[in-house]
Design a protein around this ligand. Structure first.
Ligand code: SIN
Length: 186
C-alpha cells in the first residue's frame, strides 16, 4: 500500500514505512480550506490546514511524498492515520507520479477533506487566511509552524510554484515581522 501525503504527512509521517518517493498527484490543487480544532487550532479558534481540491484538470498537480507501507503494517498505519486525520478527512484512491522518471506511476491512498465535513472552512480572502494561520495554535503546535514546514518541504522536492502555499508563507512571515516591530516600538 502507498500513502500520498501533501500536508503534515510530507514532513512528519510518524508511521513506519519501507520506501518514500517524492512526486505528485494530478487533477487537484492544494488549499488551506480545512479548519483544524484538534491539531493546529482550538475549538472556537480553529487553525487552517491543507486539503486537496479536485479540479478535474490533469494539468493541476499537487506535489508531496508517497510512502510504501508493508503488508504487515498496513492495518496499524491505516488506523494511526484514520485517527490523526479524523477531523473531516476521508481516504480516497488516486494515481501517484514519482519525480524519478525511472519509477512508474502507482496507485496510492490519500486523505482529503470533503466539502460537507463539519470542519470545512472553504475559501476566504488570502489575507484573512494568513491572519488566521498567524494567530492559531493547537495541541500539535502552532499553525504557522505547520505552514512554514510544509512550504520548506515542498520547495525541497519540486521547483514548481505552488502559489497559494508560497503566498501564505510570505504573508504570515510579513504579519509576524510587523507584530515584532510593533512590540519593539511600544
Ligand atoms: C496530508 O498530510 O496528506 C493530509 C493533511 C495533513 O494532515 O496535513
Amino acid at each position: 500500500m502507498w500513502i500520498f501525503g501533501y500536508g503534515s504527512i510530507v514532513w512528519k509521517p510518524d508511521f513506519r514505512y519501507i520506501n518514500r518517493m517524492e512526486g505528485h498527484v494530478k487533477g487537484f490543487i492544494r488549499r488551506f480550506w480545512q479548519l483544524s480544532e484538534d491539531h493546529r487550532g482550538l475549538p472556537g479558534k480553529p487553525g487552517r490546514v491543507v486539503t486537496l481540491i479536485s479540479t478535474g484538470n490533469p494539468l493541476d498537480c499537487v506535489y508531496g511524498a508517497a510512502y510504501e507501507i508493508s503488508n504487515e503494517d498496513e492495518a496499524s498505519v491505516r488506523h494511526v492515520l484514520d485517527v490523526r486525520e479524523k477531523d473531516g478527512y476521508t481516504i480516497i484512491e488516486t494515481s501517484f507520479y514519482p519525480n524519478d522518471n525511472d519509477q512508474k506511476e502507482r496507485n496510492c491512498y490519500t486523505y482529503m477533506a470533503q466539502q460537507d465535513n463539519p470542519f470545512w472552512g472553504g475559501d476566504a480572502p488570502i489575507d484573512q487566511i494568513a491572519k488566521q494561520i498567524a494567530e492559531a495554535h493547537g495541541p500539535s503546535g502552532s499553525n504557522r509552524e505547520y505552514l512554514f514546514k510544509l512550504a520548506d518541504a515542498i520547495r525541497l522536492l519540486t521547483s514548481v510554484n505552488d502559489e497559494h502555499l508560497f503566498t501564505l508563507d510570505q504573508l504570515v512571515k510579513e504579519i509576524l515581522t510587523k507584530d515584532e516591530q510593533n512590540i519593539i516600538s511600544i
